[in-house]
Design a protein around this ligand. Structure first.
Ligand code: ATP
Ligand code: MG
Length: 593
């Protein structure tokens, strides 16, 4: 549980079908006899070890072929959250069995992302960080056993022939002419494949299940293929690589995983997952109970895209400023935008787990951030579109300190101080010469309170040659200072924020908004680039209250009236702050639809 300050929302785990399944397994003491040698291995390795200290084991198994996004964050919170709540362990496993697309850069960024989200795979007893590529020997040894036991064969049909004999959803498949090869012949061919004696595509290893199964995944799925590719960790040691459906259940079983949670697309693969582990348990590689796969609906979020390919394209085409652009749904992007790990955990909890695919509105993510920061972000004043206000009856050399609470509901956080002077900055939109009905801010003849300061009455304005207002004039009521006796006697409807010109910090503020202007940017085969929101990034020079000058990177504030902002973790420097808008105070997108 995250230690949250008073006022911020608690994470209360709500029950769901995954928790119900785990509760039942624990009630039946299903895992009571499991043993754990301290590292992954087959039954032989765990047999004489102590009982597994983890009540359950889950895993987060990313393929290191890209940056993680908000959908992965959901899976991380789910898997690590379950392990935490049940006295279990969650493994971070790099599913790096595909040699072609994986890189160390992604491994490093995934490690950072999981840690930043607040989770840990290491404790005093265990370090559960694994690489599936460390299991290549196991995968291969089990493949030989499957061949020897008659559960797998080498097929030499071309890719086209295999596709053609596979059948369709309505038509059964046909057996390959190579399906009846002897175990001895299969073993010879498999070893030759491993030894690099055949070209890519010449042969594959297939499970011998049922070419007429109504489930296409059971029509003799491919287990191994030949690839002359250099792997980022094992180099050129291997030229045969296991398929995901073969490798994944074995990875889970080697690691003693109890609940292997994945997204709904894998539901039809579960019979293969179980088939393989049952066979391998018969072969003595694993002991029962075997890991069980449980599927849940993936997170689909509106106003964004989460396909790795599309995210990559956004970066490559320069449509965003990199993987950590604050508009990206990547975890590095969310972090740079100013999201807190707690807000993301809260979002994962609120969106729950479901068996049916659906869309979650972006406003749910944004609201989680507001709910998290409301209780803990210090308040500050920023004028984003500055217009000079001159207090004509205030001496140029007089400075008057004003003060305000750091947080209106948390007096223990203390007060902050800033000066009042003759020249101030106010928002340009807070002044008009011709007020529309109901406009309570500054216009000639009207009175407003300058928040935490004085009541002033507007006396006019100055314009440049183009007729643009360059300064507003007002007169102060010297006995109206907030918090002084009698100040309440002034009744005004407008209450404006301001900063004193002489003390203000001049800073770049990046006003971010949703990257896409449409809830479903890639709906109906449309090019999602056409749905980009032109107004997703606007940069302004703002004037900030002096206390913000030294804001450390990643410090978050509520700028009064404007929303939540963070000091940019890359570009912000003490004395020269740069702020990103995380989210406005209210939803302006009509959320929840
Ligand atoms: P790929 O197409 O490269 O497989 P992927 O998004 O599935 O992309 P993985 O690295 O395989 O990426 O994902 C790691 C884990 O994150 C998997 O267990 C997967 O189920 C989970 N995951 C990925 N996207 C989502 C999502 N949108 N919602 C929930 N879980 C997700
Ligand atoms: Mg995947």
């Amino acid at each position: 549980m995250i230690d949250s300050p008073p006022g911020s929302p608690r994470l209360a785990a709500t029950s769901n079908f995954i928790r119900a399944a785990i509760d039942e397994d624990l009630r039946l003491e299903k895992y009571i006899d499991r043993r754990w040698s301290g590292e992954p291995g087959t039954a032989e390795r765990h047999r004489d070890a102590l009982p597994d200290p983890a009540a359950i084991r889950t895993r987060f198994p990313p393929e290191p072929n890209g940056y993680l996004h908000v959908g992965h964050a959901k899976s991380i919170c789910l898997n690590f959250g379950l392990a935490r709540d049940y006295g279990g362990r969650c493994h971070l496993r790099f599913d790096d069995t595909n040699p072609e697309k994986e890189e160390q850069e992604y491994v490093d960024s995934i490690v950072d992302a999981v840690r930043w989200l607040g989770f840990e795979w290491r404790d005093e007893q265990e370090d559960n960080l694994y690489y599936a590529s460390d299991y290549f020997d196991h995968f291969y040894r089990m493949a030989e056993w499957l061949v020897e036991a008659g559960h797998a064969y080498v097929d030499s049909q071309s890719a086209d022939e295999m596709r053609e004999t596979r059948g369709t959803l309505t038509e059964p498949g046909r057996d390959s002419p190579h399906r009846t090869r002897s175990a001895q012949e299969n073993l010879r061919l498999l070893r030759e494949m491993r030894d690099g004696r055949h070209a890519e595509g010449a042969h594959v290893l297939r499970a011998k299940i049922d070419m007429r199964s109504p489930n296409m995944n059971l029509r003799d799925p491919v287990l191994y293929r030949i690839r002359f590719a250099t792997h980022h960790r094992t180099g050129d040691k291997w030229c045969v690589y296991p398929m995901y459906d073969y490798a994944h259940p074995i990875e889970d079983a080697l690691e003693n995983i109890t609940h292997s949670i994945c997204t709904l697309e894998f539901e039809d693969h579960r019979p293969l997952y179980d088939w393989l582990l049952e066979r391998l348990a018969d072969g003595g590689f694993f002991t029962r109970p075997l890991p069980q796969q449980i599927e849940f609906a993936r997170l689909n979020l509106t106003y964004t895209v989460t396909s790795k390919r599309k995210l990559q394209q956004l970066v490559q085409l320069g449509l965003v400023d990199g993987w950590d652009d604050p508009r990206m749904p990547t975890i590095v992007g969310l972090r740079r935008r100013g999201y807190t790990p707690e807000a993301i955990q809260l979002f994962a909890e609120r969106t729950g787990v479901s068996k049916a695919n659906s869309w979650i509105d972006m406003s749910v993510l944004e609201q989680s951030l507001r709910d998290d920061l409301e209780g803990k972000a210090s308040r500050a004043i920023a004028v984003l579109d500055p217009l000079k206000l001159v207090i004509t009856n205030w001496p140029a050399d007089r400075i008057e300190p004003c003060d305000a609470p750091v947080h209106p509901q948390r007096p223990e956080l203390g007060r902050r101080s800033f000066p009042f002077g003759r020249e101030l900055w106010i928002e340009r939109e807070d002044f008009t010469e011709q007020p529309p009905k109901g406009f309570f801010r500054l216009f000639p003849g009207n009175r407003v309170r300058l928040r935490y300061g004085y009541v002033v009455e507007c006396t006019g304005c100055e314009k440049d040659a183009d007729g643009r207002v360059v300064a507003v004039h007002a007169a102060v009521f010297h006995d109206s200072k907030s918090g002084t006796p009698g100040s309440d006697a002034y009744k005004v409807k407008g209450n404006l924020h301001w900063v004193a010109a002489q003390a203000a910090v001049d800073a770049e503020v990046r006003l971010y908004d949703r990257l896409f202007g449409q809830p479903h940017p890639d709906a109906g085969g449309r090019d999602y680039r056409e749905a980009l929101n032109d107004g997703s990034k606007r940069v302004v020079r703002a004037r900030l209250e002096p206390t913000l000058a030294g804001a450390p990177p990643e410090a978050r504030y509520q700028f009064e009236r404007h929303g939540y902002f963070v000091a940019d973790r890359v570009d912000s420097k003490p004395g020269a702050p740069v702020f990103n808008r995380i989210v406005t105070l209210k939803d302006s997108w009509g959320g929840g639809r």
